[in-house]
Design a protein around this ligand. Structure first.
Ligand code: SF4
Length: 297
C-alpha cells in the first residue's frame, strides 16, 4: 500500500472527498493494476468465504490435540437457554469468534484476517452485524476494505504476527480492523473509524503470545472472543464521540515499540506465559511424548 499512516488515508479522503474505504480500494487497484470490479469481487469473495466458514462449523469436532473444540456450540446452547447475560448481539459475536477459532484449530477452511490465529475476530463482528441489521453484501465489502486499510497500515508501521510482536499484533490488529470497519457500518466517518481502531488496539497493548505446546489453540481461541468484544465496545465508544487521546498512528507505533521490547519467550516460542505454567508444560509433554516414543521404535 502506498499509505504508511492512517493520517495519510484520512487526508487523502478529505482532499479527494471520498470515503476511507474508497481510498483503500483505489490504492489496491493501482498497486495490483486491477479494475474496481476485480478488487471489489475479490474482497466480496473473502467476506463470503468467512460466512461459509462460519456456517460449516461442526460443534462435535475437537482439534487433533484435544485441547479445543465444542465451546462455540456450548455457548450457543447457553444463549438459546437464556443463560447468558451479555445480550443477544454480544453473545452472538462471542459464539462466532469461538466457532471460527475452533474451526481453525480443527483444520477447517478459514480466512486469515489478518492471521489464522486471529481469524475469528472480524467474521464474529461483521457477520453478526449483517445478521442483526440486514446490511447489504456491498456495504459489508466496503467495511472489509476499511478494515484492510487499517490492517495494512499496522503491518507497515508495526507487525501483525505474534512471532514478531506478541498477540497484541495478531488479536490486537484484528480487533482494530474490526472496530474500524464496524464504526464505518454504524455510519461513522473517517475520525470515528480511526479512533475506533486506535481504542481497540490500545486496549490490547502488551498482550503476549504464549501458545500452549506451540499450538494456535490455547489461549488463542478465547482471545478471539476478547478481540471481537473489544472491537464492538471500541466502535461504540468512537461513535459516541469518544476519541483516543493518543493519535491512532502513535498508538500503532507504541504497539511496535512494546512488541520489540517483549522477550522472545513471549513471542510465539511456546516458552513463556501460559505455555510455561505447570499445566502448559504437562500438555506439551503429553503431546510430545507419544511422538518421541514413536520415533524411538
Ligand atoms: S497467542 Fe500467539 S498464536 Fe495465539 S492468537 Fe495470539 S498471537 Fe496468535
Amino acid at each position: 500500500m502506498s499509505f504508511h499512516s492512517l493520517n495519510e488515508i484520512i487526508t487523502a479522503a478529505a482532499e479527494q472527498k471520498k470515503p476511507f474505504f474508497r481510498i483503500v480500494m483505489e490504492d489496491d487497484m493501482s498497486e495490483r493494476m486491477v479494475s474496481e470490479e476485480e478488487t471489489f469481487s475479490a474482497m466480496r469473495h473473502m467476506y463470503d468465504t468467512m460466512g461459509r466458514a462460519d456456517e460449516s462449523y461442526d460443534g462435535t469436532l475437537k482439534s487433533a490435540s484435544g485441547l479445543v473444540g465444542t465451546d462455540g456450540q456450548k455457548l450457543e446452547e447457553a444463549l438459546k437457554a437464556g443463560n447468558t447475560i451479555s445480550g443477544s448481539f454480544m453473545s452472538q459475536v462471542m459464539i462466532r469468534a469461538l466457532k471460527m477459532g475452533e474451526s481453525n484449530a480443527c483444520m477447517k477452511r478459514i480466512v486469515a484476517a489478518p492471521t489464522a490465529g486471529s481469524c475469528g475476530v472480524m467474521p464474529a463482528v461483521f457477520l453478526t452485524y449483517q445478521d442483526c441489521f440486514g446490511v447489504s453484501g456491498e456495504k459489508m465489502t466496503e467495511a472489509m476494505f476499511t478494515a484492510a486499510g487499517i490492517g495494512t497500515v499496522i503491518a507497515e508501521r508495526a507487525f501483525i504476527a505474534g512471532a514478531t510482536g506478541g498477540c497484541q499484533a495478531e488479536i490486537g490488529s484484528a480487533s482494530a480492523m474490526a472496530a474500524g470497519g464496524l464504526a464505518y457500518l454504524m455510519g461513522g466517518g473517517e475520525q470515528e473509524i480511526i479512533h475506533a481502531a486506535a481504542i481497540a488496539l490500545k486496549n490490547l497493548l502488551g498482550l503476549v503470545c504464549d501458545p500452549v505446546a506451540g499450538l494456535v489453540e490455547v489461549p488463542c481461541v478465547k482471545r478471539n472472543v476478547i478481540g471481537a468484544v473489544n472491537a464492538v465496545t471500541s466502535a461504540d465508544m468512537a461513535m459516541a464521540g469518544i476519541t483516543s487521546r493518543i493519535p491512532p498512528d502513535e498508538v500503532i507505533d507504541a504497539m511496535r515499540t512494546i512488541g520489540m521490547a517483549l522477550p522472545c519467550s513471549l513471542k510465539e516460542t511456546g516458552e513463556g506465559g501460559l505455555a510455561a505454567t505447570p499445566t502448559g508444560l504437562k500438555v506439551m509433554e503429553e503431546l510430545v511424548k507419544p511422538e518421541r516414543d514413536r520415533n524411538r521404535q
